[in-house]
Design a protein around this ligand. Structure first.
Ligand code: ZN
Length: 379
């Protein structure tokens, strides 16, 4: 008897003379962000439109999306803001800075537990959507603010188990360290609860969805101490140095996630060239981290989608400045161009294979694996 996957491949090849459509995954989409409800800077600009966004993604060959709860992973220009602030309001610094810190801290009180639950609810709306459960480094204060850190952890664990039973939760995260945004959460709290979340991964035997910003040394030290506790991971939205890259690649089960924020400067592109395709995944980190015209990677982008300003919203167009999963194709194009890979679909297969290997190993039967492996040889 033929294996189910092989039967499917034979059926596909006998019934359709055209090659199978490309399959892509976007491993980081923040569908709980207000922009997907049409809200920009607190103002309603258009109706909620996740179905239209998904329709464009499916049409572009994306067939798996991992939804994570909102926490912008854009590098935060805090130093520039502070310099401007000091110059402008130098007369009453202590008061003004504390007001500012109070403001930014209040913005993050929604909590990763609550938004992990929302991410799961969204993932349940379509068979191609999946999600993560965990607490972002900038929000680790919520463990102690809850008044019962262990109870908070147990609630995360229960949610992860519920999502796994539903076939929706595929990773613990995103968690890690973000030293660019210590104003949201101090480093000692970030480290304490980064370590704690390996306990979560160990308990549910899931891979980890990781975030690392300006914290390479501490991050890699904590990962190496906990390697035995998780089956594998991806460090997403990578913007680090060549040294950071090499440290991450030294962990055999670690992948590196690339999005528009990873493609800003010529130095970013040089670092990217040193990441083997077999150790990489691509993502949009929508609605953020789009590839802007000022980014070094823009010269390799080939595909375009019609776009309209949010004030002139049309359901058939993307929104200018709002990233979305169909645009993961542009990340693929920059990776191919930057690495000098002509066979872009071969590269796409390799990246898709990496995603399945880490998050969807149950879907890789021998025949599908062989087909995807051929992509690796061609890239
Ligand atoms: Zn992140």
């Amino acid at each position: 008897m033929l294996l189910p996957g092989l039967t499917l491949l034979l059926l596909l090849s006998s019934s359709s003379p055209s090659p199978a459509p490309p399959r892509r995954a976007d491993i980081a989409v923040n569908f709980t962000d207000g922009m997907f409800r049409g809200i920009y800077h607190g103002k309603q600009c258009h109706a909620a439109d996740i179905p239209a966004v998904l329709a464009r993604a499916w049409a572009a060959g994306v067939d798996r999306i991992i939804v994570r709860c909102f926490a912008s992973c854009r590098p935060f220009p805090f130093r520039f803001f502070l310099a401007w602030f000091l110059l402008s309001y130098g007369s009453d610094l202590a008061c003004l800075i504390s007001c500012f810190l109070g403001l930014v801290r209040r913005k993050v009180t929604g909590g990763s537990l609550k938004e992990s639950r929302e991410a799961l609810e969204i993932a349940e709306t379509d068979g191609r959507l999946f999600c993560t459960v965990g607490v972002h480094p900038t929000r680790c204060g919520e463990f102690e603010e809850s008044g019962d850190p262990e109870g908070h952890f147990q609630a995360l664990l229960a949610l992860a188990k519920e999502g796994i039973a539903k076939g929706k939760v595929v990773a613990v995260g995103e968690c890690g360290l973000d030293y660019d945004r210590l104003h949201f959460c101090p480093s000692d709290v970030q480290k304490k609860y980064f370590k704690k979340q390996f306990e979560l991964a160990e308990a549910v035997k899931l891979p980890m969805f990781l975030h690392m910003r300006a914290a390479g040394e501490d991050f890699c030290e904590i990962v190496s101490e906990n390697l035995y506790r998780f089956p594998g991971g991806v460090t997403h939205s990578f913007t680090g140095s060549a040294e950071d890259r090499d440290k991450l690649l030294s962990f055999e089960k670690m992948f590196i996630g690339i999005n528009g924020c990873s493609l800003k400067t010529s130095e970013n592109l040089e670092v990217l060239q040193g990441i083997p395709a077999e150790r990489m995944m691509i993502e949009t980190d929508s609605p953020y981290c789009d590839i802007k015209n000022t980014h070094a990677g823009i010269k390799f982008v080939k595909s375009v989608w019609p776009s309209k300003k949010k004030e002139k919203y049309e359901p058939d167009s993307t929104v200018k400045g709002r990233n979305e999963p169909c645009l993961v194709r542009q990340v693929l194009e920059v990776v191919a161009g930057c690495k000098g890979i002509a066979d872009i679909e071969g590269l796409s297969k390799t990246l898709y294979h990496n995603t399945c290997k880490l998050f969807f190993p149950q879907d890789l039967d021998a025949s599908a694996d062989a087909q995807l492996e051929s992509g690796i040889q061609n890239s």
